[in-house]
Design a protein around this ligand. Structure first.
Ligand SMILES: [Zn+2]
Length: 144
C-alpha cells in the first residue's frame, strides 16, 4: 500500500469534484503507469464539502493539460523529496485529442472509425473540431 502521506516524489491532483477521480484516472491513462497510484474518494474538503484526490508516486511525466479542460478548480502539486515544490496552474489546453467528440453527423470523425477526435482551442476560448470546425458546446447539467 502506498502511504499517501509520505509521498517522496510524485504528483498530487487535488480538489477533484467528488466522483470524478475515475474519469480522470482513465483520461490520463494512469492505469498504464508502472508506479503506484492512489485514489482517495470523498475526502473532506472545507471548500467543496467532498472531493477526490489522486496521488501518483513516482517521478513521471504525465500530460496534465486535460485537467484544465475538465475542471479548472483542480489543483496539481509536484512533490520532490517529500516537499511541495510546485503548484501547477491549470490552463485550457490548445488541443484536445480523443477527449470530446464532434457532434456533427457529417463530420469525418462521425463517419469513419479510428480517427483521432481533435479539437482546437479558438480565440474565443471555445473548442472547434479540427476537421469540420463545428464548435463544441458543453452539455449543460450532469455528465454522462
Ligand atoms: Zn467535426
Amino acid at each position: 500500500m502506498l502511504n499517501i502521506d509520505s509521498l517522496q516524489n510524485g504528483i498530487v491532483i487535488d480538489h477533484i469534484k467528488a466522483g470524478a477521480s475515475m474519469t480522470i484516472y482513465d483520461l490520463l491513462e494512469l492505469g498504464k503507469l508502472d508506479c503506484c497510484v492512489a485514489i482517495i474518494k470523498n475526502a473532506r474538503s472545507a471548500k467543496y464539502g467532498k472531493k477526490d484526490i489522486i496521488k501518483i508516486d513516482g517521478d513521471i511525466d504525465v500530460n496534465l493539460d486535460i485537467l484544465g479542460f475538465l475542471d479548472p478548480n483542480i489543483t496539481v502539486g509536484i512533490i520532490r523529496d517529500g516537499k511541495l515544490v510546485e503548484k501547477k496552474k491549470l490552463v485550457l489546453p490548445k488541443k484536445l485529442k480523443n477527449v470530446i467528440k464532434c457532434r456533427n453527423p457529417r463530420c469525418i470523425t462521425s463517419i469513419e472509425e479510428g480517427i483521432d477526435h481533435i479539437f482546437v482551442l479558438g480565440e474565443n476560448q471555445r473548442y472547434r473540431c479540427a476537421y469540420c470546425e463545428q464548435e463544441y458546446s458543453p452539455k449543460s447539467g450532469k455528465r454522462r
